[in-house]
Design a protein around this ligand. Structure first.
Ligand code: ATP
Length: 350
């Protein structure tokens, strides 16, 4: 068992409260992703778990034991951090081998293990080089290999794929997913990349200004965002968020009119994802405006219309063609989810 409990942990840098009173339990074997905008406290939280950052108050427990005062090397954690931390005087092979050597693994097993791991991260050809002779992405893969070469109680990974090109990133993502399936090691993972978060996580913690605003499965974060911040943060292109009011069971904004199951109120935001809208010619469509832009993405076309102050985007078929500024109508697809939020608080209403 290697669950991680953060109990009322707080981090102050001088007078600046970077993380206020955070409570979070990461279950044994879970893949928890911390996701949030730059500066929200993701790295600080990871560094506190690793023991690289002193906590101002609160407790950290691993497998039921308080470890506040344990040095990083005694926490049985393998980590990949943004600044790699490779040993410059060692070759790639020696860097990857080091955690095994430190734990007294015999030479034959080490050689085999280093080779297998180097293959996983596509570094076999570079084993005799030193870190200074590698690109940023290659160094990042050495750091990743050094972390996954053994099976620790916990993996901590802070943007481990951020310097890789798009193709390698997708390959490595699948490697990490497979590795987690094989080993079932409790993992805490920081990323800016929503796709990485959605595909890897068993649960995602969305952070904002040091606080967790939603902790949920990727599916629920996507389909039931707790507030406007999460709704706007997850999804690409992001959810359409339209300011308006509800009267007589209809949400209304300029060019927009949706039947909704909510009592009358002002200051409401209606949210609907681009993939939940389709292009229509119906004269009474709930969204009516003028075509503003067409963007072909390959598998689909992003269609943006303007109505009043609002832009609304729908994901249409790849072969969709239309004239800019022509009338444009959207209807919800069958089974589409319409979200409603209270504008002042940002909280979800439905
Ligand atoms: P990013 O995605 O940009 O890496 P993050 O979510 O990981 O951001 P942190 O690095 O945890 O954010 O930083 C959280 C807050 O604490 C930020 O406002 C940052 O400026 C501040 N901070 C981090 N380290 C220090 C430090 N050593 N001294 C003072 N403030 C710090």
């Amino acid at each position: 068992m290697a669950d991680v409990r953060l109990v009322d942990i707080e981090k102050k840098y001088g007078n600046f409260l970077a993380v206020p009173q955070l409570n979070l339990t990461i279950e044994d074997g879970e893949f928890l992703v911390l996701l949030g905008p730059s500066g929200c406290g993701k790295t600080t939280t990871m560094r506190m778990i690793a023991g690289l950052e002193e906590i101002t108050s609160g407790d950290i427990e691993i497998a039921g034991k308080r470890i506040n005062d344990k040095p990083p090397k005694d926490r049985d954690i393998a980590m990949v951090f943004q600044n790699y931390g490779l040993y410059p005087h060692m070759t790639v092979r020696q860097n990857i081998d080091y955690p095994l050597k430190l734990r007294g693994v015999d030479r034959a097993a080490r050689t085999r293990r280093v080779q297998e791991t180097a293959e996983k991260v596509e570094l076999e050809a570079l084993l005799e080089r030193r870190p200074s002779e590698l690109s940023g992405g290659q160094r990042q893969r050495v750091a990743l290999a050094r972390a996954i070469v053994r099976t620790p109680s916990i993996f901590l990974m802070d943007e481990p794929l951020s310097n890789l090109d798009a193709k390698l990133r997708v390959t490595m993502r699948a490697e990490l997913k497979h590795l987690h399936h094989e080993l079932g090691v409790t993992t805490v993972y920081v990323t800016h990349d929503q796709m990485e978060a959605m595909t890897l996580a068993s649960r995602i913690a969305i952070m904002r200004e040091g606080r967790i605003v939603q902790l949920d499965t990727p599916k629920r974060i996507y389909s039931e965002p707790a507030d406007l911040f999460v709704a706007g943060f997850i999804g690409s292109p992001s959810m359409n968020l339209i300011d308006g009011a509800i009267a007589g069971g209809v949400f209304t904004a300029p060019g927009v009119s949706f039947p909704v199951d909510q009592p009358d109120r002002d200051d409401v935001v209606l949210g609907i994802r681009p993939e939940d809208l389709e292009i229509s010619t119906a004269p009474d469509a709930p969204v009516i405006g003028k075509l503003y832009a067409l963007e072909l993405t390959g598998e689909s076309t992003l269609v943006t219309l303007r109505t009043g102050a609002n832009s609304v985007c729908a994901r249409g078929p790849a072969d969709h063609e239309a004239e800019i500024n022509a009338p444009c109508h959207f209807v919800p697809k069958p089974g589409a989810r319409v979200h409603l939020f209270d504008r002042p608080s940002g909280h979800r209403l439905d």
